[in-house]
Design a protein around this ligand. Sequence first.
Ligand SMILES: [Zn+2]
Length: 188
Amino acid sequence: MSGDEGFRFGGRLALDLTWTLRYRTVAPTELLVDPSDLARWVARAVAPTSAVADPALLAEAIRLREAIHAAAHAVVAGDPVPRASRTVVNRWATRPGPTRRLAPDGSARVVLPAGAPIAGALAAVAADAVDLLATRDGRLRVCTGPGCSLLFHDASPPGRRRWCAAERCGNRVNLRARRDRIANRGGA
Ligand SMILES: [Zn+2]
């Protein structure tokens, strides 16, 4: 796949990385096929960069992604995080990550480590994974949207979200329910 049309972002860096393998349960679709896909994802998810990734780093990013995915599913199930996943996440979490600077316009700017920008971005992903997995607030869930299965963390005040992003899966579910209601009414 080329182009970043398929990338989606839900507000949690660690989970956003797991979203780069879509439709896991029905038709797994890999969005990180080429090292350039990883570089594009980093530029959109973490901080602007023109850095390039290589195949080894792509393979490592996918290992980190799968470790986060397995760890998150363990947390959703109320199980301990598997040791293998923990090892991968922790190895990345200890590497130097991005820093923040004040930009001239007063906003905060995320700056990737100059020597290893892509690896630095993955360190930030792992650090977010540590925070997310350790929270255990019952708000880490698997989307119930049709065929979706994306992991999400519900940060909404009521905390009752069932969909990865209401404007996508929620709407699809609501639409289907409405169609079903209309169809039932028509048949009655
Ligand atoms: Zn979904």
